[in-house]
Design a protein around this ligand. Sequence first.
Ligand SMILES: Nc1ncnc2c1ncn2[C@@H]1O[C@H](COP(=O)(O)OP(=O)(O)OP(=O)(O)O)[C@@H](O)[C@H]1O
Length: 213
Amino acid sequence: MRVVVEGLAHRFPGTDLLFEHLDFVAEPGSTIAVCGPSGCGKSTLLSILAGWEKPYAGTVTREGVNRVGWVFQNPYGVAERTALDHVVFPLLAKGMRRKEAELKALEAMGLFDLEYAADRRFSDLSGGEAQRLMLARAVCSKPDMLLVDEPTAQLDTRTAHSVSHVLNNLSGQGMIVLVATHDPDTRDACDRVLDLADYAPGGSKSQESELEE
Ligand SMILES: Nc1ncnc2c1ncn2[C@@H]1O[C@H](COP(=O)(O)OP(=O)(O)OP(=O)(O)O)[C@@H](O)[C@H]1O
């Protein structure tokens, strides 16, 4: 299972190129931090990898990737439902029995130190708790590729550190994991770094590719 990105470039209609000459291979075993300044195209790159956005140029080949999990920047849930329900429902929808689903859900919530909030209503969770809940839900559904957008934006330093390390460990469990982040600590916790600033028009990698041609 892998994702092969070749010669990728993107611009939206009427805007300048965000990045160009982007080549990389994403495989299970190493978590990739996608970095770069605000507006450089980190979220856009995740959308392209997921197949939601068609790239302006280049190709993305997904080999053996059937299920894609996505954790958005802004957590979204059902106000009246408990935190546990949010993680359990996708498992029930897959046909798992309630008891087994609850055990699996609590295990995933435990990865993000969230068991204590299992019975709280979604509307009572803090922004950081809701964000960690979305991570637990995504991990629980065992996607082939997990795309995470700014997972630590709403977390204090210590919780952010712990979440970053969990995300890095996930790639060792057979998932392709990419994390878009501004957070230097999250970047450092990941095995690999893809800095989109290098691929901006005129960026160092972008120029290298032009010299090679
Ligand atoms: N559908 C769209 N049409 C036109 N422009 C868009 C569209 N989606 C995003 N953009 C623009 O493309 C640029 C890249 O957006 P993107 O959200 O990928 O950046 P980012 O690196 O994730 O930013 P941030 O770090 O602030 O979240 C931004 O300037 C954004 O306004």
